[in-house]
Design a protein around this ligand. Structure first.
Ligand SMILES: NC(=O)c1ccc[n+]([C@@H]2O[C@H](COP(=O)([O-])OP(=O)(O)OC[C@H]3O[C@@H](n4cnc5c(N)ncnc54)[C@H](O)[C@@H]3O)[C@@H](O)[C@H]2O)c1
Length: 313
C-alpha cells in the first residue's frame, strides 16, 4: 500500500518543492497539498489540493480521514522577520498548528509527523561556531521562542504518548522555484534575482554576517531521508541540527561575481540584522550524520551556479 501524505502549508518555499519531490516518489495522487492560498502552477496541476487552515483542528481531521492519510508534514508557520511584526499572530499560528497535528498523532489518526524547527531556537548566549546539538538555548525572537517551545512539545509527545514525530532545525534555505516567506535569511535568495535583473543588490544584512545556509535540494533530501529512517535509529525527538554551508553576504557576492563579474553589492542593515546577530554562524550536525547518514552536497559555488541557471530558465 502506498504511503498517503498530507502537506500543510504546501504552497510556501519549502512545501512546494517537498510536495513535488514526494509526488515524484510516492505518486501524485498519494500526496495531498493544502494551504490557505493557491500555489504554483506545477504544484496545483500535479496532484490533489485542499484549502485548509492549519489552526482548524476539525478541518485537518476531516482531510486526514477523507484521504486516509498516514503521514503529515506541517510546513505552515509565520517566519522570523514577519513574526517580529505580529508577535501574537506568529505565536498562535506556530503553536496552534503544531498542537493540532501532535494531537492527531496522539489519537493515532496519523502514524508519522514531520515538523520543522530552525536555527532560530538558538540565541546570543549559544556558542556561535559549530553550535552543538545540545547547548544553551535562549532565543530572543518570537519565532525562535515558538520553535524552541515546539521542540519541547515534540519530545514530550514522543516520550509520553509514543508519537512518531521527526524534526530538523533548518538553516536558511535557498531555492529558485519559490520565493522565501519572510525570514531573516531571505537576502540569500533575493540577491540572485537582483543580480540577474539589476546587476546589483543592497543587502539588509551587513557584509560579515555569517549564517548557516543550505540549498533546497539538500534540505528536501534531508527531510525525506529523516522520515524514511527506522524509528529505532533516531536518538533525537526534539529536532536535529543540520549544517550545510555557512557564508556571509560578502562571500555570497564573491561567488556570484565568478559567474557575473559586473555584479555589485552594497549594505543597508535593517531590523533583521539583530535577529541574524543572535543566531549561530555555523552548525555541528554530527548527530544527524551518525543517526541517518546525513551529508550535504551543495557548496556555495555549486549552489550559485544552480541558482543562476535555474532562474535564467
Ligand atoms: N525557509 C527557511 O529558510 C526556513 C528555515 C528554517 C525553518 N523553516 C521552517 O520551515 C517551515 C516552512 O517554511 P517556508 O520557508 O516554506 O515558509 P513559507 O512562508 O514560504 O510558507 C509557509 C506556507 O504556509 C502557509 N500558511 C500560512 N498560514 C497558514 C495557515 N493558517 N494554514 C495553512 N497554511 C498556512 C502560507 O500560505 C505559505 O504557503 C516553517 O515551519 C518554517 O519555520 C524555514
Amino acid at each position: 500500500m502506498a504511503i498517503k501524505t498530507l502537506i500543510i502549508g504546501a504552497c510556501g518555499q519549502i512545501g512546494t518543492e517537498l510536495t513535488l519531490a514526494l509526488r515524484e516518489k510516492h505518486g501524485n495522487e498519494n500526496v495531498i497539498a493544502s494551504d490557505i492560498r493557491e500555489g504554483s502552477e506545477s504544484l496545483m496541476s500535479s496532484g490533489p489540493f485542499e484549502t485548509l487552515d492549519a489552526t482548524n483542528y476539525k478541518g485537518i481531521e476531516d482531510i486526514v480521514m477523507h484521504y486516509e492519510i498516514d503521514e503529515v508534514y506541517l510546513m505552515a508557520a509565520m517566519l522570523s522577520a514577519t513574526a517580529e511584526k505580529f508577535p501574537m499572530r506568529g505565536w498562535n499560528l506556530n503553536m496552534d498548528s503544531l498542537f493540532n497535528v501532535l494531537n492527531l498523532a496522539k489519537d493515532k489518526k496519523i502514524s508519522k509527523l514531520f515538523w520543522p524547527s530552525s536555527i532560530a531556537v538558538f540565541g546570543p548566549s549559544t556558542p556561535k561556531f559549530d553550535t552543538p546539538q545540545t547547548t544553551v538555548m535562549e532565543p530572543t525572537t518570537v519565532y525562535g521562542i515558538s520553535k524552541q517551545t515546539g521542540e519541547r512539545w515534540c519530545e514530550y509527545y514522543h516520550n509520553k504518548y509514543g508519537v512518531d514525530v521527526r524534526s530538523i532545525r533548518y538553516p536558511g534555505l535557498i531555492s529558485y522555484k519559490t520565493l522565501p516567506g519572510g525570514g531573516t535569511t531571505d537576502y540569500a535568495v533575493e540577491i540572485y534575482h537582483e543580480a540577474l535583473k539589476e546587476g546589483k543588490y543592497t543587502s539588509f544584512l551587513s557584509e560579515d554576517t555569517a549564517l548557516p545556509m543550505m540549498f533546497m535540494d539538500d534540505a528536501i533530501r534531508a527531510t525525506i531521508s529523516l522520515m524514511e529512517t527506522e524509528a529505532d535509529n533516531l536518538s533525537i525527538r526534539s529536532s536535529y541540527n543540520l549544517g550545510g554551508i555557512s557564508f556571509t553576504p560578502k562571500e555570497l557576492a564573491a561567488s556570484i561575481q565568478k559567474e557575473i563579474p559586473e555584479f555589485t553589492i552594497d549594505y543597508a542593515p535593517d531590523f533583521r540584522q539583530p535577529i541574524a546577530d543572535s543566531w549561530p554562524s555555523s552548525i555541528d550536525d554530527s548527530q544527524a550524520q551518525k543517526d541517518w547518514n546525513w551529508k550535504h552536497e551543495y557548496d556555495i559555488n555549486k549552489m550559485t551556479k544552480t541558482m543562476l541557471d535555474g532562474l535564467r530558465d
